[in-house]
Design a protein around this ligand. Structure first.
Ligand SMILES: C[S@@+](CC[C@H](N)C(=O)[O-])C[C@H]1O[C@@H](n2cnc3c(N)ncnc32)[C@H](O)[C@@H]1O
Length: 359
């Protein structure tokens, strides 16, 4: 009887945030679609969870809903701004007054003209790049870092909605945007970014909540962050899958350029990607084995690891297990893709893998 009495509140605790909706991401390799499956493997008795390669933040958000203290991290700034807005942030939302500030005219056209200069007639028409520059010039007039993070999260998501395939590694955006068949499939191709923003910001506001713990979002290379962390119970590792779409900076360079608003980079190739790129360690065959070795060594003190993987990536699962086995007992869970979803080797017939590493 005593057991039943103590279990009930904890069940209630587990489910009280479950109705909160994560704004649907469009990010290569996002694990949003695998959330329920991954949730089953998060130990119930864990408190602090590191989402080490957090991307769209879908798994950090899942853990926040489960009531965990989440440490989220991604080395790309536009991703960590989503972490700040939806993981770290407890109660700050964007109001219509904030939106009036963001939609005001450009506060300094000499300083804020990067989007017009780089991406007009490439990804967006000039009117839209001017709007983006004006919006960017006004972000700093918001009084609060969480509001700024929400503004970045929503405007960046609006940009991926507006572009066919949701990424910036091709130069056909405007060609597709005038193709009636494509417009039929995705009406956002024709909508002003401003309208898309107005539709999306409500979803983002609704996803802001306090789970009663102090979650935090970092923007670090994981190799720099791990040595500074202590008392983490579970590490969730979802690094780029080397061999299939590992080049996140190639796909999302425009969002990273917009958020950083770099003036001191070179912008190269047809897509005007910034150069040099940040060093990931997980996107090329020559680095990846050493990077995994370093990652596991630096995570020695974290008792439980969950690693998302794919059976078409390099190195093979067997090699990866060999690298883990000096540290942890390993078991492998597998989910077979019925249909390809794009990105990270999610080809029909391939499997999404979860490597479970226990002390
Ligand atoms: C497969 S994605 C993560 C997807 C994420 N789990 C989700 O649900 O959206 C891998 C992420 O790792 C990040 N990344 C790559 N190298 C990194 C590094 N050395 N340190 C931190 N983040 C890195 C990339 O920016 C990318 O967002």
């Amino acid at each position: 009887m005593r057991n039943i009495i103590t279990l009930q509140p904890s069940l209630f605790e587990d489910y009280k945030f479950m109705d909160i909706q994560f704004p649907k991401p469009q990010y290569l390799g996002a694990k949003y679609i695998h959330s329920d499956w991954i949730a089953k493997h998060i130990p119930e008795n864990s408190n602090v969870i590191l989402d080490a390669f957090s991307g769209s933040q879908s798994i950090g958000f899942l853990c926040k809903k489960l009531g965990k203290t989440v440490i989220s991290n991604d080395f790309l700034l536009f991703n960590s701004e989503i972490g700040k807005a939806l993981i770290e942030n407890k109660n700050t939302i964007l109001t219509y007054d904030d939106i009036n500030i963001l939609f005001s005219p450009n506060s300094d056209t000499n300083k804020y003209n990067l989007m017009e200069y780089l991406f007009s007639d490439l990804f967006f028409i000039r009117e839209e790049t001017r709007f983006l520059d004006a919006f960017r010039s006004n972000v700093d007039f918001l009084e609060d870092d969480y509001k700024k993070a929400l503004a970045f999260s929503v405007i960046n998501r609006a940009m991926t909605r507006k572009v066919t395939m949701g990424h910036f590694a091709h130069t056909q955006a405007l060609v597709y945007a005038s193709n009636p068949e494509r417009i039929k499939r995705n009406r956002s191709l024709r909508r002003p970014i401003k309208d898309i923003f107005l539709e999306l910001f409500v979803e983002y506001n609704n996803a802001v909540f306090d789970n009663g713990t102090d979650c935090v979002a970092y923007n670090e290379n994981i190799f720099d962050l791990l040595p500074s962390l202590s008392d983490v119970d579970v590490a969730y590792f979802d690094p780029p899958y080397c061999n299939s779409h590992a080049d996140y900076q190639g796909f999302y360079h425009l969002l990273e350029t917009y958020t950083n608003y770099w003036k001191d980079k070179e912008f190269i190739n047809g897509t005007k990607r910034y150069s040099p790129k940040k060093e990931s360690g997980f996107d090329t065959k020559k680095d990846i084995i050493n990077s995994f070795k370093r990652l596991f060594k630096l995570s020695e003190k974290i008792p439980y690891w969950l690693i998302s993987y794919n059976d078409r990536s390099y190195p093979s699962i067997e090699t990866l297990i060999e690298l883990i086995s000096p540290y942890r007992k390993v078991s492998v869970e597998r989910k077979i893709y019925q249909a390809g979803r794009g990105g990270k080797g999610s080809v029909a017939g391939s499997s999404e893998i979860l490597i479970i590493c226990k002390p």
